[in-house]
Design a protein around this ligand. Structure first.
Ligand code: S3P
Length: 179
């Protein structure tokens, strides 16, 4: 089966929802930031600090080149993966792409007490979220399915994702006998 790929801004629930989804569907779960941290034996914050964002984006791209070859995985991507078109193309080849969205204020509430996101280490967090999200929204919207998670429980989001993925698999299988 194809991978299910979760895109979305920081704090939209990609990791927690991805984990539940993978368990429900008995698929493997890949969390990109976690893999990058393990492979480099460094936190994402330290990678940004020591080598800069451009270097981190290279690590992301290299990881996508490898994991996009997998099957039957739920992949939770880092929030900035969508900015590189090649990343999206690679993941799309064998993946169902879904973006988790949330209102700016909701994202702010979810992330304001966290310290591990280098891009949000700033005084005016809400303003920063607005700026980045405004720039990125069109990229997230390129996914086949976007879900606003602001007022939904994790299980509700998981159900919506499963419904969408089932529909995709059904639609894609319809042509098999007609070729
Ligand atoms: C980033 C999001 C983070 C992490 C890095 C950069 C981004 O991942 O990859 O801090 O550019 O939005 P999460 O979306 O999992 O927080």
């Amino acid at each position: 089966m194809k991978n299910i790929v979760l895109f979305g801004f920081m704090g939209t629930g990609k990791s927690s929802i991805g984990k539940i989804l993978a368990e429900r569907l008995d698929m493997s779960f890949l969390e990109m930031d976690e893999i990058i941290e393990k492979e480099n034996k460094m936190t994402i914050s330290d990678i940004f600090e020591k080598y800069g964002e451009a270097y981190f984006r290279e690590l992301e791209k290299d990881l996508i080149e490898r994991i996009s070859k997998n099957n039957s995985c739920v992949i939770s991507t880092g929030g900035g993966v969508v900015l590189n078109e090649e990343n999206v193309e690679l993941l799309q080849k064998n993946g169902i792409l879904i973006s988790l969205m949330a209102k700016e204020e909701v994202i702010y509430k979810r992330v304001k007490n966290e310290t591990h996101r280098p891009l949000l280490k700033t005084k005016n967090g809400l303003q920063k979220i607005r700026e980045i999200l405004n720039h990125r929204r069109p990229f997230y919207e390129k996914a086949g399915f976007c879900i606003d998670t602001s007022n939904m429980s994790k299980n509700e989001v998981v159900e919506k994702i499963i419904e969408y993925a089932e529909r995709q698999i059904y639609e894609n299988s319809k042509g098999i006998f007609r070729r």
